[in-house]
Design a protein around this ligand. Sequence first.
Ligand SMILES: [Zn+2]
Length: 551
Amino acid sequence: MTIYDLVITNGRILDGSGNPWFRGDLAVQQGRIIEIAPVGTRQGRQTIDVADRFVAPGFIDIHTHSDLSILVNRRAESAVRQGVTTQLIGNCGMSPAPLEEAYISEMRRQWGPISEQPEVTWEWHSFKQYLDTLQDGGLGINIASLAGHGALRIAAMGLDERAPTSSELKWMKELVDEAMQAGAFGMSTGLVYPPGCYATTDEIIAVCQVVSRYHGMYASHIRGERETILEAVSEAIRIGREAGVPVQISHNAPKFGAPCDASANLRLVEDARSMGQDVTVDNDVHTDLAPALVDGLPQEIQDLPANQIANMLQDPERRRMIRNEIVEDRKPAFGPVGLLKHNQWHRITMLHAPKSLNVIGKTIQAVADERGSDPFDTYFDLIVENGHEAEAIFDYIDETNIRLLLQHPAVMISSDGQVLAPYGFLNDPIPYQPCSYGEYPGVLERYVRNEPLLSLQEAIRKMTSFPAQRLGLRDRGVLREGAWADIVVFDLERLHDRATNLYPHTYPFENYPHQYPEGIDYVFVNGVMVVGGEGHTGALPGCVLRHQSKY
Ligand SMILES: [Zn+2]
């Protein structure tokens, strides 16, 4: 009888296809699933009896921002502990490559303080060199990457607020061609962030035509997820149609200020699909985000040094103009700004403010009431007092929309988070990113077990085979003979997300600092145990996945 490398025995297998579980053993050899067999019939050098727990494909997180944090924490702690075995990076228009020598400082500014970490060497230039850098140091999970349109644009023309010249556009197309050849899965845009917000639809179509030649996809943080959400979804669909690329609409929950609920944007997706266009959607299930307060300022000033921003905000005339610009929102700003525009100060809860410690845990409305000042002025004052270090939790998504998206067959689950760890640089200061620690266990705990909004097999499909299909990964996201052994074993009864904090927040915040979830008992990546027993095993069996243009 063959002795396999690994046998996972006595499990309830959810194969990722959306079918209900069945009992069986998985036999793994050289990183792949070799056999799925009746319980107790196969032998391994290592045999793990999972005692009737669920065995599923490792989760594939199709929307993350781990591009630099995975360099700082190659173990991929917060991701793999929640059962994620593959992440897609390069989202929302930003990837660390290609990198042009002349614009390194712009790129560093875009990525913030993590840019200065010793592991982030900025020694790559081409997309291929960046992917090689990822692979060379070892990875706890598999990583697939998109080329960010913002990075291409910065490499070709810096952060200029104008259209590219014809030679700059040609350069962007050459750079995306090189990225696709190196194995990028497509291109992303972030059309509310600089420099994506300066790009016209036609510019994006022109660059996507190159992506189309390689059968890559177009993923977009659309041009406004609030007042302009329907126009913005339509633009993404048009780009896909005219460039001939499948479209992934990223984290598509309508944010506060949208004129409609999620059924309206989903209807546009359904209409496009019924016309024969391949459009899909992903979404995260948290109602909040915790950006720096400066991120709510108009795009062109938010990256300035803190003292310059403080000077502007201390000039009453400039302050008035900035306030008008935020409220007018002519170049749609990112989602949380809807709370500023619509005076929702009770939905903004202070998280970090090293120079104004007594405001932490209070809403900006409450701070304004205490100080006897206007809440918009209080928002500006907190920036003047604390610079880029002022951060708040913005509750800007209605959970009704999260439910509508979760139940729609064309919507997959993503975190919109990044690899974090409760130690080292990635925990200093302690970030508020429940999605980075608890997205997948949270969905299973809250929306499958506690309130059966989704069946278990449907939730697993949205976490595994569906994102794999979107990426063209034919041998991941399913438990099948021949597939790579990316596997998660979990106990649905014990599953508990210890990172999510529900609105309205009370201070001290529950589940913050975040902890790893309970009930994710084993995680295997390419057949190697990364989580099991005492936690992370330290193994780094992950691969950089490279897009195959024929699948
Ligand atoms: Zn985004």
